[in-house]
Design a protein around this ligand. Structure first.
Ligand SMILES: [Zn+2]
Length: 118
């Protein structure tokens, strides 16, 4: 099973969908269930489809899918500690701005444990 398979893309997540507050510090929130316990697992490049793609971001792996944008995107893989959900926080370059979206990943493709091995 492809561990990078996206089952839902949330292109305009609200601030409260992205973050919870723990003692006033922003903490990532699971986009599926809202839980705020998570682990960042890896950093991937999603290649853009346009002529402005510049290839791999430094320090990242190439993931087996493209972004919908012309330019490249950085995907930070996150695993819910207690809920087991998996998602990418995606930073999509577009013109002079960096937009944030969430790609929810197929939970069946994860081991249920940390997945730094990918
Ligand atoms: Zn969850």
């Amino acid at each position: 099973m492809n561990p990078h398979h996206v089952i839902k893309s949330i292109s305009a997540p609200s601030d409260t969908m992205l973050f919870d507050r723990c003692m006033d510090w922003p903490a990532l929130r699971c986009p599926v269930c809202g839980n705020n316990f998570s682990h960042a697992q890896a950093v991937y490049t999603l290649l853009g489809r346009g002529s402005e793609s510049e290839g791999l971001y430094r320090g990242s792996y190439l993931v087996a899918r493209e972004t919908h944008g012309d330019r490249d995107a950085i995907a930070v893989r996150v695993h819910g500690e207690t809920c087991g959900h998996r998602w990418d926080v995606v930073f999509q370059q577009q013109e002079g701005q960096t937009f944030v979206r969430i790609d929810v990943l197929d939970p069946r493709a994860g081991s249920g444990l940390k997945e730094r091995r990918y």
